[in-house]
Write a protein that binds this ligand. Structure first.
Ligand SMILES: Cc1cc2nc3c(=O)[nH]c(=O)nc-3n(C[C@H](O)[C@H](O)[C@H](O)COP(=O)(O)OP(=O)(O)OC[C@H]3O[C@@H](n4cnc5c(N)ncnc54)[C@H](O)[C@@H]3O)c2cc1C
Length: 387
């Protein structure tokens, strides 16, 4: 078994786990966790060593994100957005392109990157935007539009975002750039009062002239699917690291359920429920399901790192790992609730929080519809209109 380098100590994870119920109950941002994670070097852990980081690989970062999610899913989900951008810059850098190296050096210097991509009802996700990117005539762009669910809303200092530039003679283009909070033209709007993942504080973000200078505009590309390393990097890091968050959450749910059934006693059998064959079967079943998710994450992460060629199946397989992990996690957490019994339904129990948090997995891209469409196209080809 490969041994993974770790940045998160057990002591730090214990502190983070202890705070999670309070953040959830108070619907508060994880300020203290973030300060601790910064202090521990976690926000630069994924930056290559030569650029000031700890040089974790994607496989190692996935493993660390699982450990963090097992302590506090909402903290892990929000920090994931920062790690995704660092991962994207690693992919681009590894392919000999320095256009996103500033992400690596700024992350090493302590900047916090938010992910300002999602838009209400936009199922094109990375391939088209209803926000506008207006050229400033000097190679820079200002962004106008509303992004939804910007995790880390109270804390990001850099926001990676995109919009459509329709100003040129060459047709609409997707423009990807990085704006700063200090630079203005950005406002956190709306409410954040959700069922789960409450500490992520993923408010909407209104962009009204947020400016990215020419050296912070990283792509201007036609809309639609592309294997451009920047877009591939988003896809790959997002799907793999997100899968890791939900796998870590599910692993924790099994741990909690195991502890619970060892203490909960059956009157009928005069024994702990841990001896009950039905409960044993149910928890084993949950663990078997989850067991298949780890190698899928690991192998994909290694292939991204090694620049393996999976051809036309790359994108569908990346979508599949996220889909499998989030769907399995949902099922696993449900099984742990059944095994743990009625006390798990109480709001002061960790399992009940995990049950609420895990549901967020179904909303992230690639959602169930898009992963099935991608696989159907890979298997059957596109549906052609009647002649
Ligand atoms: C916990 C969590 C964290 C996430 N973090 C991120 C992140 O950091 N970055 C990111 O890019 N995506 C993030 N996402 C978004 C996510 O991955 C999906 O893109 C999104 O959930 C898909 O939503 P939808 O299309 O189903 O939403 P829709 O149902 O179309 O809309 C969802 C939300 O958008 C709000 N909304 C709609 N219109 C407006 C408007 N005009 N102004 C303001 N708000 C509006 C609605 O109130 C609603 O809450 C997160 C999602 C969740 C659940």
């Amino acid at each position: 078994m490969t041994s993974h380098r770790q940045v998160l100590t057990e002591d730090l994870l214990d502190r983070i786990r202890e705070r999670a119920p309070r953040y959830d109950a108070e619907n508060a941002f994880f300020d203290e966790d973030l300060a601790d994670l910064k202090e521990a070097g976690y926000l630069r852990a994924f930056v290559p060593e030569e650029l000031g980081g700890a040089g974790l690989t994607l496989e190692e970062m996935a493993s660390e994100q699982m450990r963090l999610a097992a302590a506090a899913p909402a903290t892990a989900l929000a920090v994931n957005m920062h790690q995704v951008w660092v991962g994207v810059a690693r992919v681009v850098h590894a392919r000999g392109d320095s256009s996103t190296d500033f992400i690596l050096s700024e992350a090493a210097a302590g900047e916090v990157f938010g992910f300002g991509v999602s838009e209400a009802g936009n199922d094109l996700v990375l391939f088209g935007s209803v926000s506008e990117a207006r050229p400033d005539g000097e190679g820079g762009y200002s962004f106008h539009g509303t992004k939804i669910f910007t995790s880390l809303a109270p804390a990001w200092t850099r926001l990676g975002t995109f919009g459509t530039d329709s100003s040129g003679d060459d047709g609409p283009h997707n423009v990807w750039g990085f704006v700063t909070r200090d630079g203005g033209g950005v406002e956190t709007v709306g409410e954040w009062d959700t069922l789960g993942m409450r500490a992520s504080q993923s408010f909407s973000t209104r962009l009204d002239g947020a400016h990215a200078s020419a050296d912070r505009v990283v792509r201007r590309i036609p809309p639609g699917p592309t294997m451009d390393p920047f877009v591939f990097g988003i896809f790959a890091n997002f799907e793999i690291l997100l899968a890791s968050v939900y796998a870590g959450l599910a692993r924790r749910a099994i741990e909690v359920a195991v502890e619970t059934v060892k203490k909960r006693r059956s009157l009928k059998n005069d024994a702990p429920y841990a001896h009950d064959p039905d409960i044993r079967w149910r928890l084993a079943d949950a663990a078997i399901q989850l067991d298949a998710v780890y190698p899928q994450i690991t192998l994909l992460a290694r292939d991204v790192e090694n620049q393996a060629d999976r051809g036309a199946l790359w994108m569908p397989q990346l979508s599949a790992v996220k889909s499998r992990a989030t769907e399995v996690a949902l099922d696993v957490v449900t099984k742990t609730m059944r095994a743990a019994g009625g006390s798990a339904y109480s709001n002061d129990r960790e399992l009940s929080r995990l049950y609420r948090d895990v549901l967020a997995g179904i909303f992230h891209p690639s959602d169930d519809e898009s992963v099935h469409a991608a696989w159907a196209n890979a298997l059957l080809g596109p549906v052609t209109p009647k002649a």
